[in-house]
Write a protein that binds this ligand. Structure first.
Ligand code: IPE
Ligand code: IPE
Ligand code: MG
Length: 251
C-alpha cells in the first residue's frame, strides 16, 4: 500500500457475529468465538501497518439486554482471551486498555482486566483499546459528573479557607478542549476512521464525542469474515475522502 495514509486511530464496531453463526447453522456464541479470532488477526495487521490506536466495540452498555446465557458467554470469552493471549500481545508490543463502566462486571474479571493492563502497560507498538461495557452517552455523563465534582470540591476548598464563594454561572463554564480531558481516554486522539461491519448504518452509542469528524466505512461483511483484505479496502476508501472539517475543499 504505497503512498497510502494509514489512519493513526481506527475504531471498529464489530457487528454481525450472531448473523454469521445463524447462516452457518451454529449457535450465536460460535459467532462470537469466530469474531474473537477475526479481531486477533486485525489487531496484528494494524500493528504491522503502523496503526497506533485500535479501538474496538466489544460490549455495549445496552448489550446486557441479551439473554443471560449469551452475556455470560461473552464475559467468559473475554476472560479467556485475556488469559490466553496476554503473552502474545506482549510479544507484539500491544498496550491494552479496557474502557467502559465497571458496574455489573464481576470482581474477578475486573481484577483480571487490571492485571492484564498492568502486564502490558510498557508496550509501545500499538494501543489496543477495548470498549467493554461502554456507552457513548454514559461516557459523556460520567465526564459531566467529574467536572461537577471537581467544581464542587474547588468551591468547598475556597469556603473552607474563609474565601468568598462566588456563585456566578460564568465560574462553571468549561471549553470543549477542557471537557475532552474528562472523557475516559483523553490521551487517545479521535479516530480518523470508524468501520462498522454487517451493513448496519448506525452508531449504536459508540464514541459519540470522539467521532465528531471521523470518516465512516460500512461493509456488509460480517465481523468474523473481516480480514486484512477488508481492512485494506476500508483504508483505501478512507484515502479517497476529502476531509474538510467544515472548511473548504483542500484538494
Ligand atoms: C456483535 O455481534 C458482537 C456484540 C454485540 C457483542 P452481534 O452479536 O451483535 O451479531 P448480530 O448483530 O446479532 O448479527
Ligand atoms: C453494537 O452492536 C455493539 C457492539 C458491536 C459491541 P449491537 O449489535 O449491539 O448494536 P445494535 O443493537 O444492532 O444497534
Ligand atoms: Mg449486532
Amino acid at each position: 500500500m504505497e503512498n497510502i495514509v494509514i489512519p493513526k486511530h481506527i475504531a471498529i464496531i464489530m457487528d454481525g457475529n450472531g448473523r454469521w453463526a445463524k447462516e452457518k447453522g451454529k449457535i450465536r456464541l460460535e459467532g462470537h468465538r469466530a469474531g474473537a479470532n477475526a479481531l486477533e488477526n486485525i489487531l496484528e495487521c494494524c500493528g504491522k501497518i503502523g496503526v497506533k490506536y485500535l479501538t474496538v466495540y466489544a460490549f455495549s452498555t445496552e448489550n446486557w439486554k441479551r439473554p443471560k446465557m449469551e452475556v455470560e458467554g461473552l464475559m467468559n470469552l473475554f476472560s479467556r482471551y485475556l488469559d490466553n493471549k496476554k503473552k502474545e500481545l506482549k510479544k507484539q508490543g500491544v498496550k491494552l486498555l479496557v474502557t467502559g463502566a465497571k458496574e455489573n462486571i464481576s470482581e474477578k474479571l475486573l481484577k483480571k482486566i487490571e492485571e492484564t493492563e498492568n502486564y502490558l502497560s510498557d508496550c509501545e507498538n500499538i494501543v489496543f483499546n477495548i470498549a467493554f461495557n461502554y456507552g457513548g452517552r454514559r461516557e459523556i455523563v460520567d465526564a459531566v459528573n467529574k467536572v461537577l465534582e471537581k467544581k464542587f470540591l474547588e468551591q468547598n476548598q475556597v469556603a473552607e479557607n474563609g474565601g468568598f464563594v462566588e456563585e456566578k454561572a460564568e465560574n462553571f463554564k468549561i471549553t470543549e478542549e477542557e471537557f475532552s480531558k474528562y472523557m475516559y481516554r483523553p490521551e487517545i486522539p479521535d479516530p480518523e476512521l470508524v468501520i462498522r461491519t454487517s451493513g448496519e448504518f448506525r452508531i449504536s452509542n459508540f464514541l459519540l464525542w470522539e467521532i465528531a469528524y471521523s470518516e465512516f466505512y460500512i461493509t456488509d461483511t460480517y465481523w468474523p469474515d473481516f480480514d486484512e483484505k477488508e481492512l485494506e479496502k476500508a483504508i483505501l476508501s478512507f484515502n479517497k475522502r476529502d476531509r474538510r472539517y467544515g472548511g473548504l475543499n483542500a484538494k
